[in-house]
Design a protein around this ligand. Structure first.
Ligand code: KG4
Ligand code: ZN
Length: 342
């Protein structure tokens, strides 16, 4: 009988953050979760440049791993498993992480787990806590905005998603239009705190394809029109525009969450992904929990944006269900998840 791995190394190099974490599956404790952000590098180009991102991962991954090991107080030989994001993501970036993980797994003779980045986000609100199934999960990031019905670690069903831009993408594109730089979400969040959410009219988009879908591309078009009329821009206008568009994005997400919560009985709602950092969204989701009497769990800030911690955490729960992947594991642009039905 094989023992479940205790110290699991988690690696994520799917986009513009290099991250290494070590999770103690026995004590249910994240020992270390280090993130080396490339935001400053890509900000100069107004968005992520894939080739630059993979080069940065190649340079940063080994020193980050060495620091993580040092900070955890463990020795190399203490590691019992290695988990790595193999999909979805930028292919050159994924290659850096998966190659590193495969080499380490081969050298240490420990199992290798290929983890779906979106599934890892989905379960990230539960790091350090207990999970009640079934829950409605919302993953909201720069690349994805999707709702899932989650019955167990291997029963995950996509129930709704955006038909165009992701919510984070909408924030990023709107920020660019306002001359705020990249990534836009945190800047819009900050400005919105001092703005009037009713100053500018934005409509909640209706999607013809059905009530399970969302759309965010219209917000960018509406902002474009408001900007034309508001020129020249000043600080007050930027604050009011930020507050108004942020309120619309949050309201769009909340209405959809309520729609799904009305459709099925869920034990709770779990919010994750980079946009889960948004202060208004966090407030409104907490309120929703109180209103509905369900548990609303929001990922801790360190587990919202891309991180290796969520990769290691998910691997800890995968062991019992079928075991490790082999050295033939390759990165994939396609979403290949064990439990995910798309
Ligand atoms: O999960 P993540 O780190 O990367 C992806 O997998 O996409 O999410 C990054 C996204 C960006 O679009 C960024 O603008 C958004 O998360 N974001 C925020 C906030 N912090 C990050 N959006 C709104 N408010 C924030 N405070
Ligand atoms: Zn992500």
């Amino acid at each position: 009988m094989s023992l479940a791995p205790r110290f699991i190394l988690g690696i994520d190099t799917s986009c513009d953050e290099t991250s290494v974490a070590i999770y103690d599956a026995l004590e249910k404790r994240m020992l270390v979760n280090l993130v080396s952000s490339q935001v400053a590098l890509h900000a100069r180009h107004g968005g992520v440049v894939p080739e630059l991102a993979s080069r940065e991962h190649s340079e940063n991954l080994t020193p980050l791993f060495e620091t993580a090991l040092l900070n955890s107080g463990l020795r190399l030989s203490d590691l019992n498993a290695v988990a790595v994001t193999n999909t979805p993501g930028l292919i050159g970036c994924l290659l850096v992480g998966t190659s590193f993980a495969k080499a380490l797994s081969y050298r240490l003779k420990i199992p290798l787990y290929a983890i779906n980045h979106l599934e890892a986000h989905l379960f990230s609100p539960f790091i350090g806590g207990d999970i009640e199934f079934p829950f409605l999960g919302l993953v909201v990031s720069g690349g994805h905005t999707a709702f899932y019905r989650v019955g167990s670690f291997s029963d995950i069903e996509l129930v709704g998603q955006t038909v165009d831009d992701a919510a984070g993408e909408a924030f990023d594109k709107c920020a660019k239009l306002m001359g705020l730089g990249y990534p836009g979400g945190p800047m819009i969040d900050k400005l919105a705190r001092q703005g009037d959410p009713l100053a500018y009219a934005f409509t909640i988009p209706k999607v013809k394809m059905g009530p399970q879908y969302l759309s965010f591309s219209g917000i960018k078009t509406a902002l474009h029109h408001h900007l034309q009329a508001a020129l020249p821009l000043d600080e007050t206008k930027r604050k009011n525009l930020s507050a108004s568009l942020q309120a619309t994005v949050v309201e769009t997400l909340l209405r959809k969450a309520k729609h799904f919560l009305d459709e099925h009985k869920y034990a709770g709602f779990a919010l994750s992904g980079g946009v889960a950092m948004n202060s208004l969204l966090r407030e409104r989701v907490a309120l929703l929990g109180a209103q509905r009497g369900i548990s609303c769990v929001i990922a801790k800030p360190e587990f919202c944006t891309d991180n290796g911690g969520m990769i290691a955490f998910l691997a800890a729960h995968r062991e019992a269900e079928g075991g490790p992947f082999t050295l033939s594991t390759t990165p994939s642009k396609k979403i290949q998840a064990r439990g995910l039905k798309t």
